[in-house]
Ligand binder design. Structure first.
Ligand SMILES: *[C@@H]1O[C@H](CO)[C@@H](O)[C@H](O)[C@H]1NC(C)=O
Ligand SMILES: *[C@@H]1O[C@H](CO)[C@@H](O)[C@H](O)[C@H]1NC(C)=O
Ligand SMILES: *[C@@H]1O[C@H](CO)[C@@H](O)[C@H](O)[C@H]1NC(C)=O
Ligand SMILES: *[C@@H]1O[C@H](CO)[C@@H](O)[C@H](O)[C@H]1NC(C)=O
Length: 689
């Protein structure tokens, strides 16, 4: 977290060079332009005047005729009055919905006449017209656009005080040090209600693994039942008295289910229902629907494929988001699988040209939650909303994909620029679910694809599925990297830093040294899966006990022509452990700060956790604190998913000062293609290459 000497400055000279070039070309164009205008003769000008006069006369005659017709037509006048009294915006929701349905129907018709080229062309024409009309109506009637900053308003206006959970307050950047398991704390208040009265849990196929990670099926029936009870205990240790439904997979037979039920204590028997898909003639969607129809609580958590139930599943936080944001209907969190691979779980979808594309990332955030089209993991929703939307009834697979596609369809505003203004679905990554999803096979999605006429699905990881139509540099030579306020760091420089970070982490792993990404480096991984575009340095924490091992592998770094500096030796002791120790690594003009920490995870987590959590960072999976989303939220505070420049750029004293997420500072070289101020201060997708 220290500024490097001599890294700034070089950019400007080349930048101004570019600008001069631009100005020069512009100047030339201006020189040429007037010459063309002088060529216009006076005859042409007279002709123009005559033409304009003719047009005006024509228009006057036309207006006269029109007004006469209107006056003569009583019904038309009545109609006009009606429109005047009842403007479109009063009933616009209904009209828009009908128009949308019509547009969709037209697409189906269009598909049925695929072979008749002439007909297809005609329908395409109608479709375009209708679409245009729909957009215009949406534009005229949209209450979102009538303010200067409509996009912000639509979400933030509807924030209200929660009537069911108490508010949180942020205690500052040092409060949760060093593990950041705390930071935002719930305040006392009078409205608080018992979570058990508010939420019902639905577990969709709990994944019961053994200690070594073998999945069910690999161990005996009693083993599997014992593990089921262990899971059950972990739920009820945290939420005594909550109601829960378990949907077990088709491998559970009636006898096993009866035994499970029989072994529940009397108290639990009234709270829990256990069902196996095997016993039902209908699909998972229908079973879910059936369960939901009977639920009385206001909210439901639907959790597919959980492996563990821990206090990282912060139900109160999800309740707060759902109850304070009127437009937010679904709230999920991040997911971590059995091998520790973590992701924020927020995906965007695009359905175009028969192709459904999933893309990881977000355009907007609020209250440290990302606005999504689809959340991959478990989610909480308002019961009324789930009842209204329902589930696809055919097949067991793709039901959540199908649900979220319909949600997007309903709330998506097709007017350009407002496409991402809806906040119906969010992921709050500090809420973390341990899960192990079953691999999704192409055949699982057939019903989903059919229902929406999808012929191709492109997953977030690039995997392509086809339906219906087909079967199946080293950058290290040369100059230092400039980093200055107002500019993004050039891509090659970010690449150097990412390489260096990955190299260090690789060495840690190879030599059994406990290391993890922290601070801004972790923030970059959580938000962008790479280095922050405005980064100044890197932060890696290591276990102080491993300090001698790092010193021992110094050569590995110097062979890469990195410079290793021992800044501080470890000291004794914190809680009986060696503490501190600091090493700085100079790599390609970057400084990587390595801090010793006496312990790397809270003791209670070490007891449970077999593997470190891994975050995707510039293509590699690197170790991170146990719950990365929670760490960054507690470390950086309010609106951490909106952006703030490095503290060195904003004139702060240190990285411990509060970060304000706001617009990027204005660029010192206006219009330069490396300016940071051309980006929104929210959203990750804009920083994709
Ligand atoms: C469940 O109950 C059966 C008897 O109904 C008993 O034999 C078995 O040990 C119990 N299992 C557990 C895990 O409590
Ligand atoms: C966890 O997720 C990562 C990344 O998606 C994947 O490579 C890995 O195989 C997954 N682990 C398991 C046990 O499925
Ligand atoms: C639709 O997708 C196909 C293949 O992905 C492509 O060749 C075609 O040009 C696309 N059509 C439109 C209108 O984008
Ligand atoms: C790695 O270190 C741990 C203790 O820190 C030790 O138990 C383990 O045997 C070591 N593994 C290897 C491969 O050196």
């Amino acid at each position: 977290m220290q500024e490097l000497p001599g890294v700034a400055g070089e950019m400007l000279s080349s930048t101004y060079g570019d600008l001069y070039r631009i100005d020069r070309t512009r100047g030339q164009r201006q020189d040429k332009a007037p010459k063309g205008q002088f060529g216009m003769s006076t005859i042409q000008r007279k002709l123009k005047t005559v033409l304009i006069l003719l047009v005006i006369v024509y228009l006057i005659i036309n207006i006269y005729h029109t007004s006469r017709t209107i006056l003569q037509n009583e019904t038309q006048i009545a109609l006009l009055r009606k429109v005047l009294n009842k403007p479109l915006c009063v009933a616009h929701q209904k009209i828009i919905q009908r128009l949308r349905r019509l547009t969709k129907d037209l697409t189906y018709v269009r598909m049925s006449v695929d072979r008749d080229i002439a007909m297809a062309k005609i329908i395409d024409g109608h479709y375009d017209n209708l679409r245009q009309l729909l957009r215009e109506i949406e534009f005229i009637t949209s209450s979102d656009v009538d303010s200067e900053d409509g996009r912000r308003r639509s979400s933030e206006d509807q924030v209200k005080k929660s009537q069911i959970v108490c508010p949180e307050v942020y205690k500052g950047s040092t409060y949760g040090y060093p593990f950041y398991r705390k930071g935002f704390q719930t305040e006392e208040c009078s409205v608080k209600r018992d979570i058990n009265e508010l939420v019902t849990l639905i577990f969709d196929e709990v994944v019961l693994t053994t200690e070594t990670g073998d999945q069910m099926g690999d161990f005996t029936h009693t083993g599997r039942m014992n593990r089921f009870f262990t899971f059950l205990e972990s739920v009820y240790r945290l939420h005594q008295g909550i109601r829960a439904h378990f949907i077990l997979g088709r491998s559970w037979n009636q006898h096993e289910i009866d035994t499970l039920r029989g072994n529940l204590t009397f108290d639990l028997r009234t709270k829990i229902s256990i069902q196996s898909l095997r016993n039902y003639a209908f699909s998972k969607g229908e079973l879910l629907q059936h369960i939901i129809d009977d639920i009385k609580t206001q909210y439901i958590l639907i959790a597919p494929s959980l492996t563990r139930f821990t206090n990282d599943i912060n139900l109160e936080r999800l309740l707060r988001v759902l109850s304070t944001h009127e437009n937010t209907l679904f709230a999920g969190g991040s997911v971590r699988n059995r091998t520790g691979h973590w992701s924020h779980g927020c995906l965007q979808t695009q359905l175009k040209n028969y192709t459904l594309t999933y893309k990881s990332g977000y355009y907007r955030s609020f209250s440290e939650c990302l606005v999504c089209d689809f959340i991959s993991g478990p989610f909480m929703a308002k019961t009324s909303v789930l009842k209204e939307f329902g589930f696809q009834s055919r097949g067991d697979g793709g039901i959540f994909q199908e649900l979220f596609l319909r949600v997007k369809d309903r709330f998506f505003n097709s007017h350009l620029g407002l496409g991402h203004s809806r906040t119906s679905v969010v992921s709050c990554p500090d809420v973390m679910f341990h899960w192990q999803p079953f691999p999704v096979l192409d055949k699982d999605l057939v019903n989903f694809a059919k229902k929406h006429s999808i012929k191709k699905i492109v997953e977030a990881d690039g995997k392509v599925r086809w339906f219906g139509c087909r079967r199946a540099v080293k950058h290290r030579e040369g100059e230092k990297c400039p980093s200055r306020s107002g500019f993004v760091v050039p891509p090659c420089c970010l690449e150097n830093l990412a390489d260096a970070i990955k190299f260090v982490m690789e060495q840690c792993e190879r030599n059994n040294i406990t290391c993890e990404l922290q601070e801004g480096t972790l923030l970059g991984a959580v938000k962008f899966n790479k280095v922050l575009p405005w980064e100044r340095d890197a932060d890696i924490a290591f276990l102080t006990a491993d300090f001698p091992r790092i010193v021992k592998i110094k050569d590995a770094f110097t062979r890469q022509r990195y410079v290793v500096r021992e800044i501080k030796k470890p000291w004794c002791c914190v809680e009986g452990f060696q503490a501190g120790g600091k090493i700085e690594l100079l790599a390609d003009g970057w400084s990587i700060q390595m801090y010793g920490q006496h312990r790397m995870n809270p003791r209670e987590l070490l007891a449970n956790e077999h593997l470190p959590t891994k975050v995707l960072f510039s293509g590699n999976w690197l170790s991170a604190p146990c719950n990365p989303g929670l760490y960054v939220r507690h470390r950086y505070g309010q609106e951490v998913y909106r952006h703030a420049e490095h503290w060195l750029s904003t004139g702060k004293q240190s990285g411990w000062d509060a970060y304000e997420t706001k617009v990027f500072s204005s660029c010192p070289v206006k219009g330069f293609h490396g300016c940071l101020d051309q980006y929104e201060s929210d959203g990750s997708i804009q920083f994709d290459n």
